[in-house]
Ligand binder design. Sequence first.
Ligand code: HEC
Length: 264
Amino acid sequence: MKRKTRNFYIYVNIGLLGLVPFGLICLARHERTTTPRWAIIQDMDKQPYYKPQRPSTLFADGRAMRPHIPGTLAQQDFIYVNQAQVRAHPHNWAKGHVVLKNKTLYDSVLYGQKLVHGQGQWLTHIPIPVTKRFVERGRTEFNIFCEPCHGYNGRGNGTVNRWDERLRKDGSPDAGTWVPPSDLLGPGVKFLSDGLIFNVISNGVGTMASYKDQIPVVDRWAIVSYVRALEKSQKVVPVSKLPYPIRHSLKSLPAKTMGNGKKK
Ligand code: HEC
């Protein structure tokens, strides 16, 4: 074999070998596996921890699961309120962000319930001052967390629901397990108390999952206020029943917008 051709084959082989890592990477990206991936840098993936209900020699009482320290709160129990809410009801809210002063209020904000003769009852009202900004916050959060299923208008035809309808239409085997989301404007939800809707968001219902880990407490109440706003927006009120200032402002619009063909 001539030297030139031999060199050529060596280069081709090296070149082909050089492709092997890329091939392996492609394979790794496509294959599914149930075993954990290799962790070359361990970070904190693996570390000693206690399983629930196990003993520990570290604490005097021998329990690994620590009881709440009286007078303290876990991080996730903090209630964040905005300054406008604090200003509106200073007696209810402690300064800053966290409400601790009023235990009953605190419980009702956190669980959507109040105690009546030792029994928990769902709150009929949102226990936080409802301001315009609060409802707007609710809209933002609703459009992020609830729209995928319940839709922007709350009727239950969100992005995921439409996707399921498409799968059904195409006769796909992936369709069929989807439970259509409830119509949030129908009687089923209209007659739920505010506290119960809060609880649905916090703990889920039926096939709907819990959103308490994703949505902070006050934002959950803001969503409840927005669901109520959506319900109210469905009411059709004749112009004659509107309060005078609104009727008056409508009259001052150009005739075309009013749609009655009359000119002023
Ligand atoms: C992944 C889809 C999905 C998302 C996201 C979702 N829901 Fe639901 N929701 C459902 C389904 C499905 C039901 C009906 C559950 C059932 O009947 O099994 C439901 C039911 C409800 C109900 C009626 C409960 C009752 O007792 O009748 C309310 C209220 C509600 N959702 C509010 C919300 C709010 C507010 C959000 C946003 C924080 C939200 N949902 C996000 C799927 C979803």
